[in-house]
Design a protein around this ligand. Structure first.
Ligand code: FE
Length: 230
């Protein structure tokens, strides 16, 4: 069996959020699907270990914020590599709430869709939540971010709990050979050819020349948390 076949499947990039007892949580997700149009129905896949899983199950609603192509790694990092058990993921985020009281992201978001959970399917490590769309709005025109764009162009990393996290995907990003550095906390790969434009680091900047106070654009880890890739 060739696991690389899985790498050919296309996905988008979303923040899925939920609410429980007035507390908000959200996570980055690439597994959001429209299942039917009458009634409009979505499915999402969520790792059972994630706090969002508990919030969606107990709150009964989830909201999908569709990220635009220009969403910065810091936004994705805030929702992808921090746990809502330790931090309020919505701190410092420009958000509003939908009819169900569940928050959606306002910046770098093309549209949001609010769904009431109607069914759950248990799939080993994950639960597929199926929800009927009760409210949806377009916030701005633009191009949605794809998972491939995030991985290959933005140099983005994937948490171990993501449905699509398999080791072959990590190998798939080794596009250039020398002087790349990988964050040991989140797996983000610093590629000097691309730099870190979100944070003012231009293309062609070697890792060694990054300022001492530069931090991982995804998870915020310090420079010494990085290891050279071969
Ligand atoms: Fe990191």
């Amino acid at each position: 069996m060739n696991f690389k076949a899985l790498y050919t499947i296309n996905y988008g990039m979303y923040i899925v959020s939920a609410q429980k007892d007035g507390r908000f949580n959200g996570q980055v997700s690439n597994t959001v699907f429209q299942i039917s149009s009458e009634p409009p129905t979505l499915a999402i896949s969520v790792n059972k270990q994630n706090l969002s899983h508990e919030f969606i199950r107990e709150g009964g609603y989830f909201v999908v914020s569709v990220l635009s192509k220009d969403a910065p790694l810091s936004l994705i990092g805030q929702f992808g590599f921090k746990s809502g058990r330790e931090a309020d993921k919505f701190a410092g985020i420009n958000y509003s709430t939908g009819q169900s009281g569940v928050p959606y992201i306002q910046d770098y978001t093309l549209a949001y869709l609010e769904a009431r959970v109607t069914k759950e399917v248990d799939v080993a490590t994950h639960t597929i939540f199926i929800g009927e769309v009760v409210n949806a709005e377009v916030l701005q025109e633009g191009t949605p971010m794809t998972y491939a764009y995030y991985r290959l162009v933005k140099g983005g990393a994937v948490p171990k709990t993501a449905p699509t996290c398999i080791e072959v995907l990590q190998e798939g990003t080794k596009v250039v050979k020398a002087a790349q550095y990988r964050c040991t906390v989140c797996g983000y790969l610093y590629d000097p050819e691309k730099g870190d434009p979100d944070n003012g680091i231009g293309p062609g900047t070697p890792f060694e020349d990054l300022p001492d106070d530069w931090t991982c654009p995804v998870c915020g880890a310090a420079k010494d948390a990085f290891e050279k890739e071969n």
